[in-house]
Design a protein around this ligand. Structure first.
Ligand SMILES: [Zn+2]
Length: 197
């Protein structure tokens, strides 16, 4: 049936979904008992996703123009922690170790994939660095691209009067912070190191 074929085709565009898994998902969703309920849940979630936008300050996900963290007056406004994605924020928030603000880069520098500095939220980061900001913590992944991005950020932040630190290598080398277990991440932030000149 063409409806089923086009659904499978759409699912295959998702990361990590191949032909076989797409087929399995579609046949599961067509199941009268189990499928119906989940189809409703997905439909509702997809409609709600339409309201999600980017925080105009930190690029976190939000329903309003500013996200709940940027809007929270109890947060320490003199600290900005730089992460790759909004999912990293969720993990750090769960760990409850950090009470400052965030900045989502939207990825890391990756020449192979054609991602240069203009594709990341770096300009908006620089605009946020004013005299109220005392510390910037770089929490990009510890793989080659994450490290290269951290060094790039450290260099462009040099002219500003701000303390730049990097999460400790308690995060295993080559691992994204989203894959790191909570306690390791806590240690990595707690033992962050200042960049030496
Ligand atoms: Zn925000």
């Amino acid at each position: 049936m063409s409806e089923i074929r086009s659904f499978i085709k759409a699912l295959k565009k998702l990361p990590g979904i191949g032909e076989k898994s797409a087929e399995r998902i579609v046949f599961f969703l067509l199941d009268k008992e189990k499928g119906n309920k989940i189809r409703e849940e997905i439909k509702k979630a997809l409609i709600e996703m339409e309201n999600i936008k980017e925080c105009k300050q930190c690029h976190n996900y939000t329903k309003d123009s500013l996200c709940s963290i940027c809007n929270d007056t109890s947060r320490e406004k003199d600290k900005i922690l730089i992460v790759e994605t909004p999912f990293d924020i969720e993990i750090i928030e769960e760990s409850k170790i950090y009470n400052g603000l965030y900045h989502v880069l939207g990825g890391v520098l990756s020449p192979i994939n054609g991602i240069d500095s203009s594709k990341l939220h770096i300009e908006s980061l620089i605009r946020r660095v004013n005299r109220d900001v005392k510390e910037i913590i770089i929490a990009t992944g510890t793989g080659t691209e994450g490290e290269a991005t951290a060094i790039y950020l450290k260099d462009i932040l040099k002219p500003y009067n701000v303390n730049v630190s990097r999460i400790a290598t308690g995060v295993p080398k080559g691992m994204d912070i989203t894959l790191t277990d909570r306690s390791t991440l806590k240690e990595a932030i707690k033992h962050r190191k200042n960049y030496e000149d």
